[in-house]
Design a protein. Structure first.
Ligand code: A2P
Length: 340
């Protein structure tokens, strides 16, 4: 069976990756629609060997389309995802808008695929990029040792802020060599040669919304009782988020068992050699699918603790790949119906 698939935000960093991954994984596509704002109408994007002309989301009729993968920004999804869902098109939304809606499953296929069966509004949410790679790595450890608390510091690439974020890092880096003053639009301060401890807006308690997302999304996906404290930092890396994760468990931790579980867990690649360079960095993970775990060690400051370094391509597992995997899992579970 083949499906009629719409990609919303098709000209953006994640949208282009979705088109690439759909083709790469040979998702059974009968017809493809590439949608963006009126600014982009008529532009061309690639879907495998095929070139697709971009159409206007505002005037697009979702009737007869089976599935839509959205990544146009939260306010645009808020308006158009329900329009698509209303005519029976299943929406997989990559923005933050629907994630905490109790009627919308928030899914990482390796972690909580069963949540897909709870879909009530024809909308499935794709979690935040920094949450996805962390819960994929934590899931096998949680199953073994019962996770209680996580403290995480992130080092997040500029592509998490879309193509404008990548352009800003490029322009500022280039500008620094020709004495151009840095233009600051996307981020709060200069990002080239810098680190910015703010992603998204501030909340009342002094945390940022990105940090709050890591907390509430981890609970919704993995376990409502897990405590999470995150510090999210934007760094001058184009692609690939890194995280220093410290996890505390209810049961005694065995390092050998932890390694074995991570080695056999779906979506995880353990690359951990106690030697110079024996770990994965963002540059190494670009274009790859896994959540990479390195530097795994016991945290002896608490009774049952583990610390590790986790890296993943934020545009793939952190966004586009996870969305496509959700579509694949829905098809496998018989939750994707063909309408025509
Ligand atoms: P456009 O290129 O026409 O602005 P990124 O996150 O990389 O910046 O990409 C955002 C994506 O969302 C782009 O494809 C962008 O299209 C699309 N987008 C932004 N605003 C709208 C809108 N109002 N309607 C439809 N698509 C939009």
């Amino acid at each position: 069976m083949k499906y009629r698939v719409a990609v919303v935000g098709a000209t953006g960093a994640v949208g282009r990756e979705i088109l690439k991954i759909l083709a790469e994984r040979e998702f059974p596509v009968e017809a493809i629609a590439a949608l963006a704002s009126p600014r982009s109408v008529g532009r061309e994007v690639s879907f495998g060997e095929t070139v697709v002309k971009v159409a206007n989301l505002e005037t697009f009729d979702f009737s007869g389309w089976d599935i839509a993968l959205f990544s146009p920004g939260a306010s645009v999804s808020a308006k158009y995802a329900p329009i698509a869902a209303k005519v029976g098109c299943v929406v997989i939304d990559n923005t933050s808008h629907f994630r905490m809606d109790p009627d919308v499953p928030l899914v990482v296929p390796e972690v909580n695929p069963e949540a897909l069966k709870q879909m009530k509004r024809h909308i499935i949410a794709n979690p935040n990029c920094s949450t996805i790679q962390m819960v994929v790595a934590l899931k096998p450890l949680h199953d073994l040792f019962a996770l209680k608390r996580v403290v995480v510091a992130t080092y997040q690439a500029v592509s998490g802020a879309g193509k404008h974020g990548m352009d800003e890092l490029f322009a500022q880096t280039r500008g620094s060599f020709v004495n151009d003053p840095p233009q600051i639009e996307c981020f709060q301060k200069q990002i080239a040669f810098n680190c910015i401890p703010q992603i998204d807006r501030f909340m009342e308690d002094g945390s940022t919304k990105e940090e709050w997302k890591m907390q509430v999304e981890t609970r919704k996906i993995l376990d409502p009782d897990v405590q999470v404290l995150a510090t999210c930092v934007r760094v001058p890396v184009f692609i690939g988020h890194s995280e220093a994760v410290v996890a505390e468990f209810a049961k005694p931790v065995d390092l050998k068992q932890a390694r074995e579980a991570l080695r056999s867990a779906p979506g995880v690649m353990l690359f951990d050699r106690n030697e110079e360079g024996g770990y994965i960095t963002p540059i190494d993970c670009v274009g790859e699918n896994a959540s990479y775990v390195s530097r795994l060690r016991i945290d002896s400051t608490v009774p049952h603790g583990l610390a590790f370094w986790c890296v993943s391509d934020n545009l793939r597992k952190g966004a586009a790949l996870n969305a496509v995997q959700i579509a694949e899992k829905m098809r496998d579970l018989g939750l994707l119906c063909k309408k025509s």
